[in-house]
Design a protein around this ligand. Structure first.
Ligand code: MN
Length: 474
């Protein structure tokens, strides 16, 4: 199979992945899954191995800290892997995601599910039931970092799916960071009525359901319907034992509970995507009432700030920003949230400029598309935006700061950017496109004819036995 071969389900056509176990089989078949030794400790040791292998191998930990449930991490730590999970070429990934987000597939309810093979009820001790890892050095404690949180609109019953960091703060208690988005809105609606808000945390789902949870869609769009579209089938779901919430039937583990109205308790710190800590503060509290799981369940964790964490957020954001920009600028070709910019703060835009000044309009359009964006660099169509050195080259040779720089002071940014003032700070845009009127040779990139055709691997293979004196005699 080629490097980007995709999984198949009994046909030759590329198929999207449909559950965690199929995906683990696919990773193992392509030598991308490291099965580590038993009994690796849950405090830092699991995360240390997972982070060290980030981008190289997914990691599987049997009996972590002696626990009977294994831990898996790094399921998607490469853009190419995510494209395979979707069953498309990497270049088609953003368009495929956007298509799924705009054409949801209603789920299919089933009566019995692998996710409910085993049931635990009160009194509950989560740390005994599940292998909960502690990740970064100053994290406040063990965390559920890769669970999708499902809640319902208290009025309409429509579901919302998102990922929140959840700290174990008591035997059946979790401190949850709920930023002001959809879960937050439903939580406040319930709280104002003095009611608890039912919630389910689902751990161990396929990469496409994880990706769907990060879709940027309006409130009352159930992201499980986007997961169905990505998978090419109605997603099988099952009703929770203690609420009306529907959860993916093929998941590994489900934690059922509710947010307590009017209760806030300390949560944090937690190692976050900017490679810095999210602060400790009083946060929403979820009380757990039941845990269900498969007989041989697998627990998924993400290391905060690792590639898996970054990519899951970046791909849906890129897809949304590309669609947003193309509404006004059909000549925008591609966008990329760069790894050096924590895949949230720095956007590279590739465009075929048709009017002078357009680069700056695209910069302003991008900032209007996502408040997280801090720096935007616009380049011409001959620059590879997935290669940061190429983008830097364009800035070095096509940009003048007095002419091509845009600064917007005192605007809304990310609250997780430690350099701004509680989410208020500056935006900077760099228009590194060349002037349309420039003579062709001025900005033309140098190139040696025939360079691309040279067989580098063949030459490198023989260089170890290089005998330049012998070559003189021949
Ligand atoms: Mn939502």
């Amino acid at each position: 199979m080629t490097k980007h071969a995709v999984p198949t389900h009994g046909t030759n056509a590329p198929q999207p992945v449909r559950n965690l176990r199929d995906w683990l089989d696919h990773l193992a078949a392509h030598d991308r899954l490291a099965v580590l030794k038993s009994n690796i400790g849950l405090k830092f040791e699991v995360a240390a191995h997972a982070k060290r292998l980030d981008g190289l191998r997914a990691t599987f930990f049997p009996r972590p800290g002696g626990h009977s449930i294994p831990v898996v991490s790094g399921l998607i730590s490469d853009r190419g892997w995510m494209a395979e999970a979707m069953g498309v070429e990497p270049s088609a990934m953003l368009a495929r995601f956007q298509e799924a987000a705009s054409r949801p597939t209603p789920w299919l309810e089933v009566k019995s599910a692998p996710a409910q093979e085993v049931t635990h009820r009160a009194p509950l001790d989560l740390a005994k039931i599940l292998p909960l890892p502690t990740h970064n050095e100053h994290d406040g404690g063990p965390y559920i970092a890769a669970g999708i949180m499902i809640v319902r609109n208290p009025r309409t019953g429509r579901q919302n799916v998102s990922i929140h960091r959840c700290q174990l703060t008591g035997p059946n208690r979790l401190g949850v960071l709920v930023l002001p988005r959809h879960t937050f809105t439903f939580h406040r609606m319930a709280e104002e009525a003095g009611e608890p808000l039912d919630a389910a945390i689902v751990i161990g789902v396929d990469p496409l359901t994880l990706l769907a949870s990060q879709a940027i869609v309006p409130i009352d769009h159930d992201e499980l319907e986007i997961a169905g579209s990505l998978q090419g089938r109605p997603l099988p779901v099952v009703k929770c034992l203690n609420s009306e919430i529907r959860v993916p039937a093929e998941a590994e583990i489900v934690i059922e509970g509710h947010f307590l109205p009017g209760v806030r308790e300390p949560e944090g710190p937690f190692g976050e995507f900017p490679q810095t800590y999210g602060t400790r503060s009083d946060r929403e509290v979820m009380e757990v009432v039941a845990v269900t799981h498969r007989k041989d369940a697998i627990f998924h964790t993400m290391v905060g700030g690792g590639l898996e964490h970054l990519l899951l957020g970046a791909i849906p954001k890129e897809a949304t920003l590309l669609t947003h920009l193309r509404r006004n600028f059909p000549n925008v070709i591609d966008v990329h949230l760069s790894p050096g910019g924590t895949m949230r703060f720095h956007l590279f835009v590739k465009m075929k400029k048709t009017q002078e000044g357009q680069g700056k309009n695209v910069i302003l359009g991008a900032f209007a598309g996502s408040f997280d964006l801090k720096h935007v660099i616009v380049v011409d169509e001959d620059v590879d935006i997935h290669n940061p050195s190429e983008v830097e080259w364009a800035v070095a040779t096509r940009f003048q700061a007095d002419r091509d720089l845009v600064i917007v002071p005192e605007s809304q940014g990310s609250k997780l950017d430690p350099s701004n003032r509680d989410g208020v700070g500056a935006k900077m845009g760099i228009d590194a496109t060349k002037p349309l009127a420039a003579q062709e040779m001025v900005f033309k990139r140098i190139r040696v004819p025939g360079e691309e055709a040279i067989d580098v691997d063949g030459i490198l293979k023989h260089s170890a036995s290089a005998d330049w004196r012998g070559a003189l005699k021949g």
